[in-house]
Design a protein around this ligand. Structure first.
Ligand code: FE2
Length: 254
């Protein structure tokens, strides 16, 4: 069940799709494919076959690659929390455990960005595939759910192990950092966080994956009780939900 790797595949402008594979098997898993033309050459080069496709939510920048992949690998099992084109899906919902030939995923319902949104947790390998719920230093926009739903969904992620490596749906980190430094001017923790982000960009040209434990200290969307938001909390006597609402509204207009 172990020794699996995640390859991050750039998609569209700033999306990521994730390929999970092992050196001991030809089987692989694809998460949120948007552009099959960028994915297929990687699969072929590694001599893999796609046996599983998982979708975190219905937005086209997470799903549009599915038909092209299924054309090439028609036996792949497609797991999705809601209908997808007119394809045959295996519906996944909160609490489901999916055993693949490579690993095991637990499904957690995380509505807010969309109502169907789920995240995938691989406890053994410490992977969290977070779709558009949690980004590094930010969170997804609320398109279909309520502020309360999104806040609850982020609380569910907050409760997961600090050791989780988060793989999210977009590279939005620099913009998120800019927003937080605009709101929390001169915050030392943010300045330190910036150093790590710049190192990641210099070394890997991306800021994904990131550790959930680090994010709990720095991301006030994930943890409105973190140090960064403490002055705001005191000034207005805000609850955690109030802080989340305040920041999400500000970010929507940033
Ligand atoms: Fe989305």
């Amino acid at each position: 069940m172990s020794n699996i790797s995640v390859e991050i595949i750039n998609q569209l402008n700033d999306n990521y799709s994730y390929l999970i594979f092992s050196n001991t098997s030809s089987s692989c898993i694809l998460i949120d494919p948007a552009d099959h033309k960028k994915i297929l050459p990687i699969i072929k080069k590694k001599k893999l076959k796609i046996d599983y496709i998982f979708i975190t939510h219905h937005h086209s920048d997470h799903t549009s690659g599915v038909p092209g992949l299924l054309k090439e690998y028609p036996k792949a099992r497609l797991y999705s929390p809601s209908k997808l084109f007119s394809l045959e899906i295996r519906n996944i919902s909160d609490g489901d455990i999916i055993k693949t030939s490579l690993n095991e995923f637990k499904v957690l319902s995380t509505p807010g960005h969309t109502l169907d949104h789920i995240v995938l947790i691989d406890q053994e390998n410490k992977f969290l595939f977070a779709g558009d719920v949690l980004f590094r230093l930010g969170c997804g926009r609320i398109f279909e759910g309520s502020i309360e739903q999104m806040h609850n969904s982020l609380n569910k992620l907050f409760d997961l192990s600090n050791e989780m490596n988060v793989y999210c749906g977009h590279e939005y980190t620099l913009n998120n950092l800019k927003f937080l430094q605009h709101i929390f001017v001169g915050n030392n923790n943010l300045e330190n966080g910036k150093k790590h982000i710049m190192e990641d960009l210099a070394n890997k040209k991306r800021t994904i994956p990131f550790r959930l434990g680090d994010e709990k200290k720095l991301n006030p969307f994930l943890n409105p009780g973190c140090e960064i938001a403490s002055k705001l909390k005191k000034k207005y006597n805000y609850s955690n939900l109030d802080i989340f609402r305040y920041l999400r509204k500000k970010k929507d207009n940033f």
